[in-house]
Structure formats: C-alpha cells, structure tokens
Write a protein that binds this ligand. Structure first.
Ligand code: SF4
Length: 246
C-alpha cells in the first residue's frame, strides 16, 4: 500500500470513530498469506463490473425472477406508498450477506439498498474489510419503505419475509450479518434486544448469523461503530476458517 492509499485508509478509519488500526486483508503481507483461490477472488472482485452483466428483465436467474415479483408486489400495505421496491443487490454467490430492516427515503427513490448515509458507512466498512460492495449481497427484511421510516409491523414482516428466505436459500452464504433489531430478531427467531443478541453466533441452515447494530444506529451513536467493526471482522474470520476447512 503506498503512502497516499494508507493515508486515505486511515482517514476512513477515523471517520468511523475508531482510533485503533484495522487489520486489512488486502495488505501485501496478507495477500502473500492468502491461498491462490482467495487472491484470485479478490482480484476478480476488482475486475468485476458494477451491476449484473445481463439485465434483470432478460435474466432467468432465480434471484432476478424474485426481484421482478418484488417490484410489482402488493402483498402488504407498504406497496401503496412506495416509489420503488428494493429487492436487494450484490453477488448472487456471496459468502457474506448483510440484512437490514427496510429501505429508507433514498433507497425508495433509487430502488437500491443502503445508498443513504447509513449505506455509505456500510460501504466504507466493507471497503475496510478488503472487499467490494459487489462481492457481498445487501438486502432488507422489508422490501418497501415504511412511511416516515417507522418500525416494520408484524403483518408486513410476515408478508415480506418469504422473499428474504428465498433469497438466502438461493445465495446460500456462509455468514449473514443481521443489521439491527428487526433483522436480528427475524433471522434468529429471538425476541431479545439487539444489545443482547450482539456477540452471539447463531446457526441458520448452512450460515452463521452475526447480529450487530444497524449502521443507521452508528450514525446516531458513534460508540456503536467499534463493536460493529469488530463484528464484521469476526464475520470475515468465520468465512476464512470455513473456506479453509472445506
Ligand atoms: S413490503 Fe414486501 S410484501 Fe409488502 S408490498 Fe413490499 S415487497 Fe410486497
């Protein structure tokens, strides 16, 4: 890493409110320690174009089929106020998946997940992990924006969650990072507060769920950034260990 890259990396870390140095898995030393397949995957991610090569409308990938259904879904009352449904996006073979609560105003406007301020913070954390956004999958429990960003209601979660279940079944990730209370409670089936769920590793099929705070909460409470960063590092570590064993 040259001096300018190192300086920008340190600035990103400081913006996240963390004063200690991160371990970056793409440093030259770490790259040398990686297996050839790990190095190849990182390089592939850098070369990969943003977005799918084939448009959703043309693709017969099962996830694109689900996206099309979501975009015209009227299964709950949230369909009435949305500008765009937000199915989620990213690598359809991702080992790491992030699941948040629901789209916000910016996501509703653009039809893309995590593109507001909380999304930008998530992007910086993904970058600091040494990954690209298009190497992970990012989605939400609800695919349409609740009015005024209110909490999801039980009937909405019940109506919408089968889409998330199908997406996770198809992607079959190794780790799912559950961002915030609603995501963590839905994915784990627990009613515990996020502060109690955080720190646990919970199995869901083939995946391990890592509950952590939502990046929107990190913007309100900067002290949350450090535990979230630690959880993301743990997620990456679990993926590497599981890949090594397979
Ligand atoms: S929130 Fe989910 S169930 Fe409700 S209309 Fe949107 S896609 Fe359909």
């Amino acid at each position: 890493m040259d001096r300018e890259l190192l300086r920008r990396h340190l600035e990103r870390i400081r913006e996240m409110g963390i004063s200690e140095l991160f371990y970056s898995p793409t440093s030259p030393e770490d790259k040398r320690a990686m297996s050839p397949s790990e190095r190849e995957r990182i390089e592939e991610g850098k070369r990969a174009p943003q977005g799918p090569a084939v448009s959703e409308a043309e693709s017969d990938h099962p996830l694109d089929e689900i996206n099309r259904v979501i975009r015209s879904c009227t299964r709950c009352k949230l369909s009435e106020g949305r500008m765009n449904a937000v199915p989620g996006e990213g690598d359809y073979n991702a080992r790491l998946v992030f699941v948040g609560e629901a789209p916000g105003a910016e996501e509703d406007r653009l039809g893309k997940p995590f593109v507001g301020r909380a999304g930008k913070l998530l992007d910086r954390m993904i970058d600091a992990l040494g990954l690209k956004r298009n190497q992970v999958f990012i989605g939400n429990v609800l695919k349409c924006r609740p009015p005024d960003n209110r909490d999801p209601e039980p009937d909405e979660v019940e109506a919408c969650s089968p889409y998330l279940d199908q997406q996770l079944d198809i992607i079959d990730p190794l780790v799912i990072v559950a961002l915030g209370k609603f995501s963590a409670q839905y994915l784990t089936g627990s009613t515990l507060a996020i502060g109690k769920l955080r720190g646990q590793e919970i199995k869901r099929g083939n995946a391990v769920i890592i509950p952590t705070y939502h990046t929107a909460a990190c913007l309100r409470f900067p002290d949350y950034k450090k535990p979230v960063w630690e959880d993301l590092r743990k997620a990456l570590q679990i993926i590497r260990e599981r890949e090594r064993k397979s």
